[in-house]
Design a protein. Structure first.
Length: 156
């Protein structure tokens, strides 16, 4: 366990950075797609392709990070309590949690991404599995303070 104090914060920092970049890439892809639809230009199509590619790259990094966190939680959940704030920040990231009240169009987009095998959809699914298993892996008394802090003061 001597590598845990250095490895876990680095893993969570990488995952949080990927989640932020994925959210930014999703926004950029949506903006490029809207601009391409309005202009119907070949240069705009290239921008859409580049934005989608960047989103997939970040999504793959995020999926790998989430899978590593899942293994840590399954095998060493008792040692994760110092990192719960960063873990909850990751699991509640806007890139991984569907927007409340987003509507039918957003739900259809998520289903279409999942059907297409999008890395962003895979990351959201992996985060949902982690959110579901976290209360079973750790005692509720350890989750209360970090969860209330994550809810009260979300980090950008």
């Amino acid at each position: 366990m001597p590598c845990l104090p250095a490895a876990v914060p680095a893993l969570l920092a990488t995952a949080n950075a990927s989640a932020t970049a994925l959210a930014d890439a999703k926004d950029a892809a949506a903006a490029a797609k809207a601009a391409a639809a309005a202009a119907a230009d070949d240069d705009e199509d290239a921008e859409v392709t580049a934005a989608v590619s960047a989103r997939d790259d970040e999504g793959y990094v995020l999926v790998a990070s989430l899978k590593a966190v899942h293994v840590l939680m399954a095998e060493l959940s008792g040692f994760l309590s110092p990192y719960l704030g960063d873990l909850l920040q990751l699991l509640l990231s806007p890139a991984l949690v569907p927007a409340a009240g987003a509507g039918v169009a957003a739900a259809a987009t998520v289903r279409a991404e999942a059907a297409a095998g999008s890395s962003a959809a895979a990351a959201a699914e992996a985060a949902a599995v982690l959110r579901e298993s976290l209360p079973r892996a750790l005692p509720m008394r350890l989750l209360l303070r970090p969860l209330s802090e994550a809810r009260a003061d979300p980090k950008p």
